[in-house]
Design a protein around this ligand. Structure first.
Ligand SMILES: C[S@@+](CC[C@H](N)C(=O)[O-])C[C@H]1O[C@@H](n2cnc3c(N)ncnc32)[C@H](O)[C@@H]1O
Length: 418
C-alpha cells in the first residue's frame, strides 16, 4: 500500500490509540477501537497500547528526588499514594478494555520488553497479574485449538462442513490474537529441536554439557535444584525410581545415594549413553538403562505394568507439549497409587524451566502447567528456591543462550489428587 495519505492517516490513528491508552482514557479508546486494532505499535518505541497504559504509571523522576531529599511529609505522601492508586485503577480498566479487544499479551517493544516485563520492572503488581492472566487465557486457548480436529470423514458433503468448522476455528484464533509462547522461546532456532539435538555432537565439560551449537543442555549450577527434587521424591531408601533424561547424571548420582530398590533411566542421546557406559552406570545397583527416546520406551513400560514410587522428567529440546503428554498420558500408568515411602502414592517431579528467560512467561507457564496437571489428576506442591546471580558467576560464558535469568526456581512435586 503506497498511498502516502493512507500512511499518514494510519499513523495518526496509531498515535491516537497510544495516547488514549497512556492517558487511560477508556471512552476515547473504546471509540477508536471500533475501527482499529488493539495491537498497533509505535514505529520507534515499539509500544503497543498495553505498553503505553502500563508505562504511564511510572513515577516521575522528580517525585523520587523529592522523596529522597526528604521534602515530603506524611500528608503529601498519603495524597500521593491516593493519586497513584487512582492511576493504577485507571490503568487496570484500560488494560481490561484492551484485552477484551484482542490485545496480544506478549508483543515486544524495541527495548525487548513485553507489557508484563514493564509492569514487573516498575513493581506494578496488579498490572503484572493482569498480563499473566491474559497470557494464561491465550495460551490455554491456543493449546485447545492445537488439539482441535475437525469431526467427520473426508466425504463430499461432510467435507464442506469440515471446511466451515476449520474457518470457525481460525476466526476464533484471530479474534483473540493468541501468540504461541513456545515459538517465542525457541525463536525459530532449529538447533533446539529434538531430532537435530539428538544428531548433534555433545561436549562434556567439568561443569556443563553443551550440544553441537553451544546450547546449554545441563549445567552444574542446577545441582541444588536436582538435590532438592530427589529429596522430595525419595524421602526414604528402597524405592522404585524412573528418571527420564540422564544429562550430566547429577540427579541420577543423588538418586543412587538414596539406595533405590530399582533405578530406571531413559536416555536418547548416543553421546550421553556412551558416557554412561564409560562411567559404569550399567553396573550400578538397581540400574536399568533404556536407550532411546522416552516416546518410544514409555508405552512398553506401561504395557508391562512396571510401577514406580518416584518419577523425574528432565529432557532437552522438547516443547512444553511433550512434558504435558508425558504426565497426561503416561505418569498415570507408571506411578504406583499405593506406592511412595508412606504407601500413600508415588510422586512425580520435573525440571521446571519453561520460559525461564523471562519472568512473565515463566509465571504464565507455571499457572498453565498447574492447570494441566490438575486436569490430568495431580495435586502440585511448589517450593521456591533461590538461584544465585549466574551472570556474576560467569556461568553463561561460551553458552549460546541464557536459558535462566530468574532469581527464583519454583520446584514442583506432584501426587495423585485425593
Ligand atoms: C537437561 S538433561 C538432564 C539432566 C539431568 N537431570 C541431570 O541431573 O544431569 C536432558 C537429557 O535428556 C535427554 N533427552 C532429550 N530428549 C530426550 C527424549 N526424547 N527421550 C529421552 N531422553 C532425552 C538429553 O540427551 C539429555 O541427556
Amino acid at each position: 500500500m503506497d498511498d502516502p495519505a493512507f500512511d499518514v492517516e494510519t499513523d495518526l490513528q496509531t498515535q491516537s490509540i497510544l495516547l488514549a491508552a497512556a492517558n487511560h482514557d477508556t471512552a476515547s479508546l473504546r471509540n477508536l477501537l471500533r475501527n482499529s486494532s488493539a495491537n498497533v505499535q509505535d514505529a520507534e518505541t515499539g509500544f503497543t497500547p498495553l505498553h503505553a497504559a502500563i508505562a504511564a504509571c511510572e513515577p516521575d523522576a522528580d517525585e523520587d528526588t523529592k522523596e529522597v531529599n526528604g521534602h515530603t511529609n506524611g500528608d503529601t505522601n498519603g495524597a500521593k499514594e491516593n493519586i497513584k492508586q487512582q492511576e493504577v485503577d485507571a490503568a487496570v480498566k484500560t488494560m481490561k478494555l484492551l484485552f477484551e479487544n484482542g490485545a496480544i499479551w506478549n508483543d515486544l517493544d524495541s527495548n525487548g520488553e513485553t507489557p508484563g516485563c514493564i509492569a514487573h520492572r516498575l513493581g506494578l503488581k496488579a498490572l503484572y497479574e493482569l498480563c499473566v492472566d491474559a497470557g494464561v487465557r491465550a495460551e490455554l486457548l491456543l493449546s485447545r485449538l492445537d488439539e482441535y480436529q475437525p469431526l467427520g470423514d473426508a466425504e463430499s458433503d461432510e467435507e464442506e462442513d469440515d471446511e466451515e468448522d476449520d474457518e470457525g476455528a481460525e476466526t476464533t484464533a484471530q479474534d483473540v490474537e493468541v501468540v504461541d509462547m513456545s515459538q517465542e522461546d525457541a525463536q525459530g532456532d532449529e538447533s533446539t529441536e529434538n531430532p537435530n539435538y539428538l544428531a548433534s555432537t555433545l561436549t562434556f565439560d567439568r561443569d556443563r554439557l553443551l550440544d553441537g551449537s553451544a546450547n546449554g543442555v545441563m549445567m552444574e549450577w542446577e545441582t541444588t535444584l536436582m538435590r532438592r527434587s530427589a529429596e522430595l521424591l525419595l524421602p526414604t531408601s528402597g524405592l522404585r525410581v524412573l528418571n527420564v533424561g540422564h544429562g550430566m547424571g547429577i540427579i541420577d548420582g543423588i538418586i543412587q545415594e538414596k539406595q533405590p530398590k530399582s533405578h530406571h533411566i531413559i536416555e536418547a542421546h548416543p553421546d550421553v549413553i556412551n558416557r554412561m557406559k564409560e562411567q559404569g552406570w550399567h553396573e550400578k545397583p538397581g540400574v536399568v538403562i533404556h536407550e532411546g527416546r522416552w516416546q518410544d520406551i514409555v508405552p512398553a513400560l506401561v504395557e508391562k505394568g512396571e510401577l514406580f514410587d518416584a518419577i523425574y522428567f528432565d529432557t532437552f529440546a522438547e516443547e512444553y507439549k511433550a512434558l504435558r503428554e508425558f504426565f497426561t498420558e503416561y505418569v498415570i500408568g507408571l506411578l504406583d497409587p499405593a506406592g511412595g515411602s508412606d504407601g500413600e502414592g508415588g510422586r512425580f517431579g520435573f525440571f521446571n524451566g519453561m520460559g525461564a528467560d523471562r519472568q512473565v512467561v515463566y509465571d504464565v507457564y507455571n499457572k498453565i502447567v498447574e492447570i494441566d496437571l490438575f486436569e490430568a489428576g495431580f495435586d502440585t506442591e511448589w517450593e521456591t528456591i533461590s538461584v544465585p546471580n549466574l551472570d556474576k558467576q560467569g556461568e553463561w560464558e561460551g553458552v549460546r543462550r541464557k536459558y535462566w535469568v530468574l532469581d527464583e526456581y519454583k520446584l514442583p512435586t506432584c501426587s495423585f489428587i485425593g
